[in-house]
Unconditional design. Structure first.
Lengths: 339, 339
DNA sequence: CTGTTAGCGCCTTCAG
DNA sequence: CTGAAGGCGCTAACAG
């Protein structure tokens, strides 16, 4: 009962009594084939349990309708929703998505770019803040690239991002308005662009309010839970006074809160905290996290749309800027500190 | 200064003054080429900025060294660590990994299997509990498949999993030992195998302790935060008494705790909670979550190892069972309820 | 509407 | 150690 499997179009053609071209057309452009012929072909395909080989097709077409989504650190659930957005738009347009993990390593970025040059994929959506310097030289040799969320100095490519400066400014202002003067900032991996933009917003808000900026209140992290923990530990150890924290990621915010609790400091009673991202857990946390929402799904969709544009030959130098919202929940005290 | 790019081996061959076969060999089997010749070829490659086309190679080799990791629902960060394990082992062996999202849909499982049959990938690591029934019929036609974490009735394939029954039994026993009699179970999507096994462990623990099993204490969910919330809501609405919860995932546990809090119930004071997975957030949560740790990284590594075995022609009907641990943290009260 | 034909770029016998 | 030649499976002119 096991039917012999046809492994190529030729066997199917023989079975259906037509040429290979007709089989190919029946599959790719059914409307160019007479219904009866098409019928015959389809039957042969079914009977022979035939599945077209996409590799041959890809080679012939010089494209494989696959895109790589390369993220800074796949441990961060932030990227899950992005992936979904990318995947949605991709699959509508017949593209597949490969998610890769840069593990914060420049070398791995280079690897993935190499994969695209080898035609493993048609293009690369980049979500890292670093980029191999040597590739910056000959930018004409770069494969189709789109940047999402981040930005890379010296690399001008289609980009979708948010206005990190303004988003941070608003978050910090929210804290200032509630009477906080000593606001710590758990920053990203400075001096990367993304981290710097958020730091700029923080500084601007302080300046606008006439509050002095102090270096010791800014701790560099890497967006992970662990680095949020470490930052608070350092602040506490060094006896630096602070009544509020603005973290550059929800993960750092949560790590910070968790560490504060270890030292019997309660949020928001003793310390107010604002995060960044509004990841899925933010709302289920205790206290529910006040945070800057990024439209992740849409960011993914837009990035993929840009990629499709590029791959379709419509050149796009566009930079899309999406809006953020401050989502007020329970991690910021409604009253001034020291009460 | 922009060098013309060689797009194939022939141009390189011409440039180096050798045949295409030699170029190919210089790249794939350097030892079979005289050092000087190799040198010449390498120079030509560099000069022409040549990158071999992997598609052509794949077609020729009938393999593309890519594996798909298909997960039930990519929103669940549980899979991130699995991906890392898979990716590690994969890249050591020269494989790439494509992560796909089944979105709890059987159709999408079928799609991805189709992708493998079309040679988009060499094999598929399956992490879903459902499987298209029609594919169960002709199992000889299935492409290389490995199952991880889950299991599918009627489908006997190389598998790596944990003993869900025993893991659950121990978790529930932990609760029983601390005086809890009314233990709710937030189950997975019954009647799937994974969910059933965990439910079995729950029932067994009850039976061992001589506690009556009650249907209304078991609520079916889908491992998401939302479904944990919903379950608690339902329990509360129907006025079903419970002093402890054993959830089949950390996400459900967290959703449950968050919902309990909304009703002014505190964990662990009013209700004790145990989760499953030990995902990254479990430890940073408030209260730190007591949960069953799954060796996710290793699970991913093992699954990929099995896949490599299969793809290398070494057939493996093996089922690997990994150990779990109950990680005791702060979400279970150390004292009996009702105090 | 259908068939013939010529590759896509690479690897691998088979000779030398 | 190297070269010539065939073919992986498919698609897209080009004819008919």
């Amino acid at each position: 009962m096991t039917k012999e499997q046809a492994t190529n179009i030729r066997e199917v053609a023989a079975l259906a009594g037509v040429s290979t071209a007709t089989v190919s057309r029946a599959l790719q452009r059914p409307d160019q084939v007479r219904p009866e012929t098409r019928q015959k072909v389809m039957e042969a395909i079914k009977q022979a349990n035939f599945v077209p080989n996409s590799q041959a097709r890809n080679l012939r077409l010089q494209s494989n309708h696959t895109v790589i989504l390369l993220v800074r650190d796949i441990s961060n659930p932030f990227y899950l929703e992005i992936y979904k957005g990318v995947e949605e738009t991709a699959s509508e347009a017949g593209y597949k998505v490969l998610m890769g993990d840069a593990r914060n390593s420049e070398e791995r970025v280079a690897n993935h770019i190499e994969m695209v040059r080898q035609k493993h994929a048609d293009g690369l959506i980049l979500m890292t803040g670093h980029f191999p310097a040597d590739l910056l030289e000959n930018q004409e040799l770069l494969p189709p690239l789109v940047i999402a969320s981040e930005s890379i100095p010296g690399l001008h490519l289609p980009t979708v991002k948010v206005d990190n400066r303004v988003a941070s400014l608003e978050a910090v202002k929210h804290l200032l308005d509630r009477g906080h003067g000593n606001i710590a900032h758990l920053a990203g991996p400075l001096p990367e662009a993304l981290a710097s933009e958020r730091l700029d917003g923080y500084r601007q808000a302080l300046a606008d309010a006439g509050v002095e900026y102090r270096d010791e209140l800014v701790i560099r992290g890497d967006y992970s839970i662990e680095s949020g923990r470490d930052a608070v530990q350092r602040l506490l150890q060094q006896n630096i006074a602070f009544s509020a924290i603005f973290a550059a990621s929800d993960q750092m915010a949560i790590g910070a809160i968790s560490e504060l609790r270890k030292h019997d400091l309660s949020v928001p009673r003793d310390v107010s905290v604002i995060g960044f991202d509004d990841m899925i857990f933010a709302n289920a946390y205790d206290p529910p996290l006040t945070t800057v929402r990024q439209p992740r799904r849409e960011m993914g969709q837009r990035a993929m749309s840009l990629m499709i544009e590029i791959l379709s030959g419509r050149s796009t130098a566009e930079t899309i800027e999406l809006n953020t919202d401050l989502v007020v929940r329970g991690s910021v005290a409604p009253f001034p500190p020291g009460r």
